[in-house]
Design a protein around this ligand. Sequence first.
Ligand SMILES: Cc1cc2nc3c(=O)[nH]c(=O)nc-3n(C[C@H](O)[C@H](O)[C@H](O)COP(=O)(O)OP(=O)(O)OC[C@H]3O[C@@H](n4cnc5c(N)ncnc54)[C@H](O)[C@@H]3O)c2cc1C
Length: 511
Amino acid sequence: MKTDYLIVGSGLSALVFGALMANSGKKVLILESHEYPGGFGHTFTMAKKYKFNAQLHYVWDCGEGGAVNRVLKKLNLAEEVTFKRYNPAGFDHMKMPNFSLEIPSESEELIRRLTNLFPEHKDNISNFIKEIQKTSQGLKILSPPINFATLLSHFSEVFCALQYLNSTLQDVFNKFNLPQAAQTLLALQWPDFLLPPNQLSFYAWVILFTGYQKGAFYPTKHFEFVINSLVKVIEKNGGQVLLNHTVTNFLVNNKTVTGVTAIDKITQKTSDFTGETIICNLDPKKAAQMIGLEKFSKTVQKKLNYDYSPSNFMAYCVVKDINLRDYGFGEWNTFHTGHENLNEAFKQMYEKNDFSHPSFAITTPTLLTETERDCPEDCQIIEFLTVANYDYFKQLQDTDKKAYRQKKEEILNTILDVVEKNYIPNLKEHLVFKITGSPTTNERFCGCPQGNSYGSSLTPRNMGIGRLNHETSFKNFYFCNASSGYPGFAPTFWTGAILYQRLSGDLILSK
Ligand SMILES: Cc1cc2nc3c(=O)[nH]c(=O)nc-3n(C[C@H](O)[C@H](O)[C@H](O)COP(=O)(O)OP(=O)(O)OC[C@H]3O[C@@H](n4cnc5c(N)ncnc54)[C@H](O)[C@@H]3O)c2cc1C
């Protein structure tokens, strides 16, 4: 039987698209290079008993009517793929020298907390927080599919959003004259973007910040269950996800992509696969280079000219015989900086590879759901995330494997020292497992060029009007990935669903 949709890569947007198409009766075949499905969202098991999700920590837009919920309902998965909400009174705990702030869902409460810390800046704080809400509403109206009647009736919000098209978060902090420490507390979730305020698109920050305010969630049965549920829909409807298959070439006939060549990593056998329509979940720029960039239209070539998001360092750790709840951890993330200025902190780590005063995120997945465990009863998982420079790690790995391992060890040890000093004394005594990932680990296991974490970098340039979408200028060939939509769990659900909507005519996301 012919394949209707041949999909390269099993990242979240591909799985969502594939599951929706399979559910509608189409024949779907996914070729995935890794041994697990899910791309950045895959889960791996270590020492036969600890489960770690590669990159996902917390997600938004999972409540009733959100993109994730709409897709799950369409797939009849909404009853089983459920989410637990983080603590709305404080879902992100921000810690910096002399100040700390728990970010609440309610904007009025956020204004109150910030005003308590910086009373002399009451009006600036209030105006800034209100501007975020207004921009968020404007962006929602401007996101496709656009309803022109709503656009006209909410012109003030739309206008508010449009004025920040080229702004960084830092530009808007400056406009509202926020004190430095307030800026740092508000922007401390920078690892969610892997960009500091002076490079980060204000739009990207607003979408994520307000998204999490509306509801920060964790899947009740962990991320693995979400991925497996999407795969099951594909398989139940006669489709297939072929793991360990790396696509090495696209088959192109004039302006039509007809299939791909892939190598089976287990048998080393090379085969051609064809499909009526080819969906590309691997990085669009990389795919275009495989096909020949010059074969794409000038417009698409221009859109493909994005720079990659910085890469990251991850430490996956397990502690035993200690309850992290006793040390200030719970249904929230903790973000720490030793440096008051995040632009400087980022520069030190990313440009100078100096992690002596690190800024990083701490997540504790075991504490987020009691329905299913990700490790034995007497253990808990704790993970640390920060930025890391691809070129630096790649060079170390290529030239001096020992130095590469030492650098990873050094970063983890510095982070552990900071955590012992500020949060969990004797943490190291309770550590029973640790493994670290670098930019080259991302590249190896997630197939992302230069170990990029979020596809195209989340700068105003990449987040503006010239952003890539699913159009490739080839017949029967579409991009479906964070860089041709938006990065993140909910945004990649949206990316997969919007392409499904476009190709099937089934308007599941319509407002
Ligand atoms: C450090 C980090 C933390 C993050 N934290 C969060 C978070 O807390 N919340 C959130 O919402 N989002 C988070 N994200 C973002 C989110 O994980 C990604 O945006 C999303 O998973 C990307 O999905 P995608 O569809 O673009 O595909 P990807 O995940 O990029 O998957 C692409 C797939 O294609 C495969 N592939 C590549 N080349 C080939 C080939 N030649 N042949 C076959 N297969 C190939 C890859 O193996 C991979 O499986 C995080 C990302 C990172 C890096």
